[in-house]
Design a protein around this ligand. Structure first.
Ligand code: ATP
Ligand code: MG
Length: 297
């Protein structure tokens, strides 16, 4: 099932579908190139359009372990690269006999055994190649980006007490960003770029049907059409694919056969996450549900 070395874009596209991810054209192309060129991919786009899921799907397709570094403000090297296991070091020092000199103890406690590898180190030190997901890189600061760049260009890291650790295998690297800050040109230059946007109608319908195969085709189609119309409104947080999927599941659970005004009003909080957005959409429920009827009225 898994394909360790995909030979063509078509093979990647078909493989991703098989593992439950329906890629757009550029997604399949960039994913293929990533496996061939060994360059990291920077995936940008609004929330909930499948950025994180793409990395997971690639790991399934290539049959590799997914190593994930979730970024946040203040993330530092100790949490991203490695850390010394202080507790274990302390225990070691305590059990040392009094005769042992400091030099011996020091050499001992700064060995690999006392190292706690964090995701970036795990990814490059792994004996089997992995997929490395650096999720939401825009949440970190520029210093972190610079450190990451160095790692991604040299595929090695140096630990003062231990020396250089070189990559044993090359990971396929995906970085995702929600665009909350502009990333540095240096980072962009080293990456392949993939912009993921809200999908077209038919594509999203297919995704919704994949996640909720039991929802009637007609209802699913209407759901996607409504979501697309809602996205055209001026909202704080337009519904994404994630919300379409949640909504489809909700309708299924409720046994709704059609999205009429009542069902819509009852369930719209599944796809809208701001009070003001709920008001905006409620005021336009007629057009959103049935633009033709509304125009005739
Ligand atoms: N092309 C696709 N095929 C199948 N499922 C998809 C696709 N795109 C998105 N999904 C589904 O949509 C949901 C949201 O995707 P995901 O969490 O990857 O979004 P994201 O872009 O990482 O969002 P965020 O920026 O909020 O982290 C997931 O349940 C995922 O399975
Ligand atoms: Mg994500």
């Amino acid at each position: 099932m898994a394909v360790a070395e995909p030979a063509s874009v078509e093979e990647v596209a078909a493989g991703l579908r098989r593992v439950g991810y329906l890629p757009g054209e550029s997604t399949a192309l960039v994913a293929f190139l990533a496996t061939k060129l060994g360059k990291p991919v920077l995936v940008e786009g609004p929330a909930g359009v499948g950025k994180t899921e793409l990395a997971k799907a690639l790991a399934r397709l290539l049959d590799r372990t997914l190593v994930r570094l979730q970024c946040y403000e203040g993330l530092d090297e100790a949490k991203a690269l490695y850390e010394w296991n202080y507790r274990k070091q302390l225990l070691r020092i305590q059990t040392e006999s009094n005769e042992a000199g400091w030099q011996d103890v020091q050499e001992d406690i700064f060995g690999e055994e006392f190292l706690l590898p964090r995701p970036l180190m795990t990814a490059i030190a792994s004996a089997e190649p992995v997929v490395l997901l650096v999720d939401e890189i825009d949440k970190t600061d520029q210093e972190f980006e610079a450190m990451l760049l160095e790692l991604l260009s040299d595929f090695q890291l140096s630990i003062p007490e231990l020396g250089r650790i070189e990559a044993r295998t090359r990971p396929v690297v995906l970085l995702t960003s929600n665009n909350t800050r502009e990333l540095t040109e240096a980072l962009k230059r080293r990456c392949l770029y993939l912009w993921l946007d809200y999908p077209g109608l038919e594509h999203e319908l297919e995704i919704v049907r994949l996640h909720s195969p039991d929802l009637q085709e007609q209802t699913a189609r209407k759901l996607v059409e409504v979501v697309h119309r809602i996205r055209e409104l001026d909202l704080k947080k337009p519904p994404s694919i994630a919300e379409s999927i949640d909504w489809a599941r909700t309708l299924l659970l409720l046994g709704a056969q059609d999205i009429d005004t009542r069902t819509f009003t009852e369930t719209m909080s599944v796809i809208l996450k701001h009070r003001t957005d709920l008001d905006t959409v409620a005021a336009r429920a007629g057009v959103v549900l049935d633009p033709a009827a509304d125009a005739a009225a």
